[in-house]
Design a protein around this ligand. Structure first.
Ligand SMILES: C[S@@+](CC[C@H](N)C(=O)[O-])C[C@H]1O[C@@H](n2cnc3c(N)ncnc32)[C@H](O)[C@@H]1O
Length: 233
């Protein structure tokens, strides 16, 4: 199991990267990586992989740097994914639970485009939990965070990603949409942290099968997480 910590979307994404590259060298760029800790198990299992993680949160990046120490297959830096980065030719770009926190999504998509090599894949994942929360403080933070971003303070930003708009933006940039999936059933996710690896495996298989049977818009009311897989032609 690459990522068994109660998130079937992330487990599916890691499994897909594994399926495509197995143990061959692969250069991955993770946008909005936080501390980058969620790559730990993947990197243990894939010594030929290299992950470059960027995030605007300096504290998270410093925490990650302490944890990874001098690890050769992970480099972390404080950087804004809305700006173009120097490095290009990545085989894979990921954004995990991140796009709902990005203010300028078109600029973010340009970064994904510019950093991917031709034929490369991006796994773009976002969640809806903040916007469906019963916690009143969290609900209030959504419009407040948008006002704060308006006056230039972007770090707490949250805005629900509209699937149709996001897919259009990706196509306008030139991406080919490979898959559009829904994961993390709201009735299952809170319980899955206690489940062992077998349970997570069953969970991921079950949701993968649901995505074959039903359209994303049919699954959306019951699912907390969306993943769009795109390829740069
Ligand atoms: C919910 S966290 C997810 C962290 C990690 N990917 C994970 O799944 O655990 C969202 C992250 O996106 C980062 N973020 C938001 N806007 C960003 C931007 N423009 N550039 C880089 N990182 C950004 C935030 O700082 C935060 O660490």
């Amino acid at each position: 199991m690459i990522y068994s910590d109660g998130n079937s979307a992330k487990q599916w994404i890691f499994s897909e990267i594994h399926r495509r590259f197995e143990n061959r060298p692969v250069r991955i760029l993770d946008l909005g990586c936080g501390s980058g800790m969620l790559w730990k198990r993947f990197l243990e299992l894939h010594p030929m992989a290299h992950v470059t993680g960027i995030d605007t949160d300096q504290v998270a990046i410093q925490k990650g740097m302490k944890e990874y120490g001098l690890a050769k297959n992970m480099s972390l830096s404080v950087f804004d994914a809305q700006k173009l980065i120097d490095q290009t030719e990545f085989d894979v770009v990921t954004a995990l639970s991140a796009i709902e926190h990005v203010v300028d999504r078109e600029a973010f998509i340009r970064t994904v485009w510019q950093s991917l090599k031709r034929g490369g894949f991006a796994y773009l994942n976002y969640d809806v939990g903040h916007f469906r929360s019963r916690n009143i403080k969290e609900r209030i933070m959504v419009p407040v965070s948008q006002l704060l971003a308006y006056v230039g303070f972007e770090s707490p930003y949250m805005k629900r990603v509209d699937d149709v708009i996001f897919l259009n933006q990706l196509e306008k940039q030139g991406f080919y949409i490979v898959r559009h999936m829904k994961h993390n059933a709201s009735c299952l996710k809170p319980r899955m942290k206690q489940g062992g690896e077998d349970v997570v495996r069953l969970w991921v298989d079950f949701e993968t099968r649901l995505n074959e049977l039903l359209r994303p818009e049919e699954l959306d009311p019951f699912m907390l997480s969306t993943t769009v897989v795109v390829q740069k032609p």
